[in-house]
Design a protein around this ligand. Structure first.
Ligand SMILES: Nc1nc2c(ncn2[C@@H]2O[C@H](COP(=O)(O)OP(=O)(O)OP(=O)(O)O)[C@@H](O)[C@H]2O)c(=O)[nH]1
Ligand SMILES: [Mg+2]
Length: 297
């Protein structure tokens, strides 16, 4: 049997479970996840290597109407992640009524002119009788190559999704060594874990006003020393992130550190700073603040 490989982009409106699905497919936490929409800000790869295949899954920000420069950058990342890929997995939240936003994602898949599967996620929390009408609804919008119901959270039906995905890949090389899980540098992973904890720890709009940049990443034999700055948009948000007696920032730091220690297999010394950078979401440097490919700030 020949070796198959290729790039598979996860597309869909915010909060449908793309990043959860990426992690479940790859078998490791490659992308951050939260209950809030627009958690993912740039495209990133998760690599799954089998004996006869290598799939490079590309996670993307949820598709939405861009109102700020940050949002435009996010949608630009979606476009980039659709270029030259072998397959698109359009992920919808099957437990909810399809919306206009889902339709916009379907349109993106259509214009990308690639084979596309419809992945109906979150079947663990729905009445299965709704599934067929949902499939019909999407089928009327676009003739997907496959319709696959899954639960990313409970890892239901993922072997089928993996098998069907491989069937659509061409013969090709192993792009990455078999132990590679992601294309993200470790310092970006560290920044993202801090951002995830901010998303999980804070309510309403404040997490959206944050960006995390790792300024220092020093690896020692038994210790990794990380200094990261959390940028906020307005001075009042600084106080909210820090919390009374610095308690919130401490919780964020502790939660991120515990995960990073597990990931890196070493002790981690994580120091967090909070700075105001007014209106960063609408400024030129936003790309550098959200994406490691653009270099550091
Ligand atoms: N019940 C259930 N919840 C899920 C499932 N998959 C994801 N979720 C939840 O849905 C929420 C959003 O998950 P994410 O993986 O961050 O969604 P996303 O599509 O990457 O979101 P953006 O990055 O904002 O576009 C989280 O609270 C997940 O735990 C699933 O199969 N079942
Ligand atoms: Mg995501």
């Amino acid at each position: 049997m020949s070796f198959r490989s290729g790039f598979v982009t996860l597309l869909g409106k915010p909060n449908t479970g793309k990043s959860t699905l990426l992690n479940a497919l790859v078998g490791a936490k490659v992308a951050i996840v939260s209950a809030k929409p627009q958690t993912t800000r740039t495209y990133l790869q998760g690599v799954l290597t089998r004996e006869q295949a290598q799939i490079i899954f590309v996670d993307t920000p949820g598709t939405h109407r861009p109102l700020s420069r940050l949002n435009r950058e996010m949608m630009g990342a979606v476009q980039q992640a659709l270029e030259g890929v072998n397959l698109i997995l359009l992920v919808v939240d099957a437990s909810r009524e399809p919306s206009t936003e889902d339709k916009i994602a379907v349109e993106l898949a259509r214009t990308a002119q690639r084979p596309s599967f419809l992945v109906l996620n979150k079947i663990d929390r729905m009445d299965k009788r709704v599934l067929l009408p949902r499939i019909e609804h999407y089928r009327r919008q676009f003739d997907f190559a496959e319709y696959i119901p899954v639960s990313a959270l409970r890892r239901e039906n993922l072997p089928l999704l993996e098998q069907k995905t491989i069937e659509y890949l061409p013969e090709g090389p192993r792009y990455f060594p078999p132990d590679t899980l992601t294309d993200q540098p470790e310092r970006f992973v560290a920044a993202e874990r801090v951002r995830e904890k901010l998303f999980q720890e804070m309510r309403e709009e404040v997490p959206y006003a944050t960006a995390v940049v790792v300024e220092k990443y020093e690896e020692g034999e038994s210790l990794v020393r990380i200094h990261a700055t959390i940028f906020v948009e307005r001075p009042q948000q600084k106080g909210i992130v820090i919390g009374a007696q610095g308690q919130r920032l401490k919780r964020v730091g502790r939660a991120a550190r515990v995960e990073l220690e597990q990931l890196l297999g070493r002790k981690v010394y994580l120091e967090l700073f909070v700075k105001t950078r007014e209106g960063w979401q609408d400024r030129e440097e936003v790309r550098q603040l959200i994406d490691w490919r653009q270099g550091s700030v």
